[in-house]
Design a protein. Structure first.
Length: 306
């Protein structure tokens, strides 16, 4: 059985998701030479091996063969569901996980994966329902709390999301720094939506302590500092993003707006013009035009003052 952890979408700078797979240690399987003699369990093991190798198309075929050999094989439906998610065929994933749950209503991995598939097709309420059922069966499953938090945030239920993220954080192993960083970042985004600037800054700062290489978090904290009115701190965070990743047009735009507020007109224009150039190169037509409008307004204000 393949286990999965969905670590979600962070929505201030970029839409980012990272899929982490929880697998039993030591799982390595060889494909049998004679496919006619393979049992459903053999096909399942071959599918897991293919999945672990990142060969999702082959994994799909192997799990389908397992189901053909044993039509009531719950684990094969559940694993094929997760494979369909990686192949971005979410409707098929929902169908497979639903069939797994028909065969075994207590199949928690099917609930987890179907919730993820519902989330991906824009049905967060259905995802929350699946995570609620999962938590009734496994009250301490941090993946369910975290995923439910993401689904709550997608419904703009930010207070509920914050509670779920907090519960997930309490259950993460202390040394799982990457996971802790991701959850703190997502909770910081929910705090931003609630206009809890101090709490958002605290979460983003904690995320940076766990993973200082994630530039999303620096950008997000810069946004929080800006809302709080701490322009210097915001400027520092946006500058850090630019120094590490100089192709981030949004960071130039944000820093330009801060420079303007600080009265540094020439620096503001330089950042905005750089942002406009990058937006155009990246094909971001709307952002490019909006930035050009900002530049014209700023130049207009300069000529009036002059």
């Amino acid at each position: 059985m393949i286990r999965s952890l969905f670590s979600g979408f962070s929505l201030v700078w970029l839409l980012v998701w990272i899929g982490l797979i929880w697998l039993q240690p030591g799982w390595t399987f060889a494909v049998h030479a004679d496919s006619n003699s393979m049992s459903a369990k053999d096909w399942l093991r071959s599918g897991v091996a293919a999945f672990q190798a990142g060969d999702y198309r082959t994994a799909l075929e192997q799990f389908t063969a397992a189901i053909a050999a044993e039509p009531a094989y719950t684990a094969a439906y559940s694993d094929r569901c997760l494979t369909q998610i990686y192949l971005e065929d979410y409707s098929a994933a929902i169908e497979d996980c639903s069939q797994a749950l028909v065969l075994n209503p207590r199949e928690t991995e099917a609930l987890l994966n179907r919730g993820l598939a519902y989330h991906r097709v824009g049905q967060p309420a259905a995802a929350v329902t699946d995570y609620n059922q999962l938590l009734q069966l496994k009250p301490h499953d941090l993946r369910a709390y975290y995923n439910r938090g993401l689904a709550q945030a997608a419904q703009q239920a930010y207070r509920e999301a914050i509670v779920d993220y907090g519960e997930a954080i309490r259950q993460v192993p202390p040394l799982a720094h990457a996971t802790l960083a991701e959850i703190h970042n997502d909770r910081g985004l929910a705090q931003l939506e609630q206009e809890n600037w101090l709490q958002a800054i605290a979460d983003f700062t904690q995320a940076i302590q766990f993973n200082g290489n994630d530039l999303r978090t620096y950008y997000n904290r810069g946004c929080a500092y800006h809302h709080q009115g701490n322009l210097i701190a915001a400027l520092q965070d946006f500058t850090h993003v630019i120094e590490i990743a100089p192709n981030q047009a949004q960071a130039y735009l944000s820093r330009g707006l801060i420079q303007q507020q600080l009265g540094k007109t020439e620096l503001a224009l330089a950042d905005l013009e750089r942002a406009a150039q990058m937006f155009r190169t990246q094909g971001a037509t709307i952002a490019h035009q909006q930035t050009l409008d900002l530049i014209q307004k700023l130049k207009g204000s300069i000529s009036i003052i002059g």
